[in-house]
Design a binder for this molecule. Structure first.
Ligand SMILES: NC(=O)c1ccc[n+]([C@@H]2O[C@H](COP(=O)([O-])OP(=O)(O)OC[C@H]3O[C@@H](n4cnc5c(N)ncnc54)[C@H](O)[C@@H]3O)[C@@H](O)[C@H]2O)c1
Length: 251
């Protein structure tokens, strides 16, 4: 799918990977709607990319339905949806202060997994009605997993569970929506330099970087954005999770 002129929705578009994707695909001519719980930063990025800022909590069905409906009214039904909204709090199963807070575990699953599914189901139900393009394609939904979905570290029980869920969602959703020409793909980034890293001490970041194979550096949000572009343009990529991680294997 050529991105020029198409409508796109990016969740988590106010920051990090979502904001970089918004900038990249807007430069390629896509009409971008940003969905984020952080209304202020969302409006800033939207202004930069001449896009639409939609304040929304992706875990909430009604709020997300309204955001996608506003995006459709302004730009038409989105053919590209990128789910970047996410949170990554760290907590041990049994920490210094006792067992993992169950509400925190629930919240991480709610935002990272249920939020992605919520957007996927609503977006796909609109995409189905679009005219098909070359190869019968109507659209693509790209979810953001994580290498922690495969190799989570201590403290990532909730986060890794949520990202494992995103990986597991990819194939059944792609199989089901194939008949409507809708692709479902996930990206599993390694360590990408975004505000998510702000809470980590420099020594911890250094240690993580040392465990990458090549190149020995953090990834750049623009590298994620370029992969989104490639997935959108390459109709053969479907039903899979692509690692983008400099071959890091976290231990
Ligand atoms: N940065 C990395 O190294 C890395 C690695 C692997 C996976 N990821 C994943 O990539 C995605 C983007 O991460 P990032 O690094 O850009 O983080 P980020 O913190 O910079 O951006 C996340 C955005 O999601 C928004 N958000 C959070 N909860 C929301 C909700 N309920 N509804 C709507 N918006 C909400 C935040 O306001 C923020 O703008 C996340 O799913 C993250 O788990 C990041």
């Amino acid at each position: 799918m050529n991105l020029s002129g198409i409508a796109a929705v990016i969740t988590g578009g106010a920051s990090g990977l979502g904001a970089a994707t918004a900038r990249h695909i807007a430069a390629l001519g896509a009409k971008v709607a940003l969905v984020d719980i952080n209304a202020e930063s969302c409006a800033q990025v939207a202004k930069e990319v001449d896009g639409l800022a939609l304040s929304c909590d992706v875990t909430d069905a009604a709020s997300t339905e309204k955001a996608l409906s506003d995006a459709k009214q302004k730009h038409g039904t989105a053919r590209l949806v990128v789910n970047c909204a996410g949170i990554a709090p760290a907590a041990k199963v049994v920490g210094k202060n006792g067992p993992h807070d169950l509400e925190l575990f629930r919240k991480v699953i709610e935002v990272n997994l249920i939020g992605s599914f919520n957007v996927l189901r609503l977006a796909a139900s609109e995409m189905i009605a679009l005219d098909s393009l070359a190869d019968g394609e109507r659209g693509v939904v790209i979810n953001t997993a994580s290498i922690a979905g495969y190799e989570g570290q201590i403290g990532q029980a909730a986060y890794s569970s949520s990202k494992g869920g995103v990986i597991g969602l990819t194939l059944p959703a792609a199989r089901e929506l194939a008949r409507s020409g809708i692709r479902i793909v996930a990206i599993a980034p390694g360590l990408i330099e975004t505000p998510m890293f702000n809470n980590l001490a420099p020594a911890a970041v250094e240690k993580l970087v040392a465990s990458t194979i090549f190149p020995k550096r953090l990834g750049k949000p623009e590298e994620y954005a370029r992969l989104v572009q490639h997935i959108a343009e390459n109709v053969l990529i479907n039903g899979t999770t692509i690692r983008m991680d400099g071959s890091i294997r976290m231990n």
